[in-house]
Ligand binder design. Structure first.
Ligand SMILES: NC(=O)c1ccc[n+]([C@@H]2O[C@H](COP(=O)([O-])OP(=O)(O)OC[C@H]3O[C@@H](n4cnc5c(N)ncnc54)[C@H](OP(=O)(O)O)[C@@H]3O)[C@@H](O)[C@H]2O)c1
Length: 404
């Protein structure tokens, strides 16, 4: 914390301990007392675990999402009072058990109802905004979910004197991006900075983890135009690590006003990942009829474009490929050299090869398991990556690979 008095340095002269603690992250429970940016005193209890209390109160917008549920569990585990604004009763139920009694608190809200936002942030020390959407739905456009929600939450948090605002944006966030998602995320950063010039901005790369959209999108059985929509190249990052980084940012005041880009060390094209996943889940390897065992149908770019446009027009809320998916496929992940990274938080990014099998295993097509029981450890994954990138049999037009 900005000015925390640790048990070990309490006897040192005050000025020395303040200077030492200013840039050094320490978990709040390692001090008896922590002082927030605006001078509030937080008294801690316990050394960690469910019966501890950090003394902090944090509101997490988007806590019911993929990243939010992991962050909530990390915060609640050590007794940080966590406020979970929610809109769907069923999506928040499982969060209650993350902490001791009274630690995880729910508040029904709607981004159109300002009072509900006020009540969600009123007594918090930190607000984390993870709320966002990658598609336009019947009720909320991407601009509503990414820009206007951030605008309202940041403005109200400021009015209510919330000390610290953390906004989760996205890799490639850029107000001038041709992609609606990246553009709305870029504008959201600017809007947040208008209310909170010292807001911390976090831009995660595509996140993998248990049941992640990033991997699930590539695990579908049948794909039309995968050669186009999977051509994007990205540096995937582990969702657990993004949540861990957010936890550090919440408690560490030296992160105020900074921008972090959180990404993995290795660059993958989604196309090569899709090829690797096909081998790992045994897709197309045993079935004779493609329709039964899944297929990849390569198409020219204009057909893929029309297909994505049709998907969007016919069912805008469909969690599948829409026109912005097509637009994003043309934009490789760009790294901002001025942004801070995991390294600045004292973290080393996880490698996808160490985790891929764990997250893909539940998707292995069960009927094929009797024939192929390969366990893909790190070595096998790296070999598979080399294999899918090596020139293959030209007759293998549909990318079925070699049958075992
Ligand atoms: N996942 C990635 O790979 C990735 C990559 C880059 C950036 N990001 C950004 O990182 C943040 C967290 O990602 P995530 O994967 O955890 O997202 P997610 O699983 O899609 O969760 C989004 C959260 O926002 C809430 N939300 C969306 N639209 C809303 C609306 N109109 N009104 C109220 N609540 C709304 C959802 O509530 P419900 O549960 O009620 O739907 C959910 O809690 C998002 O801002 C996302 O854009 C994610």
């Amino acid at each position: 914390m900005l000015s925390s008095v640790s048990r070990t340095t309490r006897s040192a002269p005050l000025t020395t301990s303040l200077v030492q603690s200013r840039n050094i992250y320490r978990f709040p429970l390692s001090s008896d007392i922590n002082i927030t940016k605006s001078g509030k005193t937080k008294i801690t209890t316990g050394l960690g675990g469910r019966h501890s209390k950090t003394g902090y109160q944090v509101s997490v917008f988007g806590a019911t999402g993929f990243l939010g549920k992991i962050l909530t569990s990390k915060l609640a585990k050590h007794g940080t009072i966590t406020i979970v604004p929610f809109r769907n009763g069923r999506s928040k139920r499982h969060l209650k058990i993350n902490g001791d009694y009274g630690v995880v608190n729910f508040h029904e809200f709607d981004i159109r109802n300002l009072k509900s936002i006020e009540e969600s942030v009123a007594h918090s020390d930190v607000v984390v905004n993870l709320l966002g959407s990658h598609l336009n739905t019947k009720n909320f456009s991407m601009a509503d979910a990414n820009i206007e929600s951030a605008n309202r939450i940041a403005k109200i948090s400021k009015d209510y004197g919330v000390d610290k605002f953390i906004h989760v944006s996205s890799y490639n966030a850029d107000p001038n991006s041709p992609s609606e998602f990246f553009a709305t995320k870029g504008i959201s950063e600017q809007i947040v900075k208008e209310h909170y010039p010292d807001a911390t901005i976090v831009r995660p790369a595509p996140m993998y983890g248990r049941n992640s959209r990033f991997l699930n999108d590539m695990l579908t059985l049948k794909v039309l135009g995968g050669n186009i929509i999977y051509r994007q190249e990205v540096y995937p990052t582990h969702v657990e690590q993004v949540a861990q980084a957010l936890e550090k940012i919440i408690y560490d005041d030296s992160t105020i006003g900074k921008t972090y880009e959180l990404y993995g060390n290795e660059r993958y094209s989604k196309l090569e990942l899709r090829e690797m996943l096909k081998y790992m889940i045994h897709l197309n390897q045993y079935g004779f009829f493609p329709a039964a065992s899944g297929y990849d149908m390569p198409v020219p770019e204009f057909i893929s474009k029309i297909w994505c446009l049709l998907n969007e027009k016919l069912n805008p809320s469909l969690e599948s490929f829409n026109y912005d998916t097509y637009r994003r496929s043309t934009l490789h992940q760009k790294i901002d050299p001025t942004a801070l990274t995991y390294k600045d938080l004292g973290m080393v990014p996880d490698e996808l090869a160490d985790w891929l099998y764990k997250y893909v295993k539940p998707h292995i097509i069960s009927s094929s398991q009797a024939k192929n029981r390969t366990v893909y450890g790190r070595e096998e994954i790296l070999k598979l990556r080399d294999y899918v990138n090596s020139p293959k049999n030209r007759l293998d037009l549909f990318g079925y690979g070699t049958k075992n």
